[in-house]
Design a protein around this ligand. Structure first.
Ligand code: SAM
Length: 275
């Protein structure tokens, strides 16, 4: 992470926003590069909570793995709940229920779930310990939490073209300014231990996007961000200037048609047991 001084440090909003390009990028990942790591730990009949379910593409896979058990998906954003409900209906997924809720105040009784899945959500929640305390409360003893979060300082956009690393640093600065944790994937072990979970197991992986349609989708997402709310927030919080955003937009155009273009998104994963 860079050491630039940021103008703003306490905004509770969700940094990434919900632009159509970003949501379709996420949906695509959920369907084509799903994080399968929690699935071997699920069994038919389990009840699972998917926190920060977003558009629901991954939730539905988790729901399939526990049927006839139930999947409950929660998110702070109503449009995501609508989208996840629609997707479940389209796919005939009868054991998934979606509702609005914040991870720090979950509308479920104590000791209920066999697993809580937090897919790229702790990155954006200001107080990790409050979130994990609430996750622990709703897990039954012996139940597991499965987390997956980005490690932004290990991500790469290739070829470098002079500004890719700087663009990633600006993104990390924005997440930090928004009270998030851009390197959370590396800190999951620490936070889970601090929260009193046991048997903490960690690993890491890259989602690599390189096919023409993947390059187009990533480029579309970045272009949407550079022209929208995310760029305005980055400027307001001092994470990027107009000049940087403009230059980054130009190199992303060059990158898009570069024969070597690929992007690697680094993730840390952790599984742990509620004692
Ligand atoms: C990067 S998306 C991940 C979506 C999905 N889990 C996936 O992996 O495709 C993060 C989601 O977390 C949600 N979120 C952010 N803060 C939250 C909070 N405090 N409680 C519940 N959901 C939250 C956002 O609205 C967003 O839909």
């Amino acid at each position: 992470m860079s050491s630039r001084r940021l103008a703003h440090t306490s905004t509770p909003d969700y940094t990434m926003g919900y632009s159509p390009d970003y949501i379709s990028f996420l949906t695509r990942i959920g369907e084509q590069k799903p994080s399968r790591f929690p699935i071997p730990h699920l069994a038919p009949g389990h009840n699972i909570l998917d926190v920060g379910c977003g558009p629901g593409s991954l939730s539905i896979r988790l729901a399939d793995a526990v049927a006839p058990g139930e999947l409950f998906g929660v998110d702070i954003e109503p449009s995501q709940i609508d989208q996840a409900r629609r997707l479940a209906e389209e796919r005939g997924c009868g054991n998934a229920t979606f509702q609005m809720a914040d991870v720090v105040d979950l509308p479920f009784e104590d000791d209920f779930f066999d697993m809580v899945h937090c897919g790229t959500v702790l990155t954006y929640v200001p107080d990790t310990s409050v979130a994990l305390e609430e996750v622990k409360r709703v897990l039954r003893p012996g139940g597991r939490v499965a987390c997956r979060d980005m490690i932004v300082d290990s991500c790469f956009i290739h070829p470098e073209l002079g500004l890719m690393q700087r663009g990633l640093e600006a993104f990390a600065d924005l997440v930090t300014a928004d009270d998030g944790h851009p390197q959370m994937g590396k800190d999951l072990k620490f936070h889970l231990q601090q929260a009193g979970f046991t048997d903490v197991a960690v690993s890491a992986s890259f989602d690599v996007h390189h096919l023409p349609e993947e390059i187009a989708a990533f480029h579309g997402m970045i272009k949407g961000w550079l022209n929208g709310e995310l760029a305005r927030a980055a400027k307001a919080y001092g994470a990027a200037t107009d000049g940087l955003l403009h230059e980054f937009g130009l190199v992303m155009e060059e990158w898009r048609s570069h024969p070597a273009a690929l992007v690697g998104i680094a993730f840390g994963h952790a599984l742990a047991v509620r004692p």
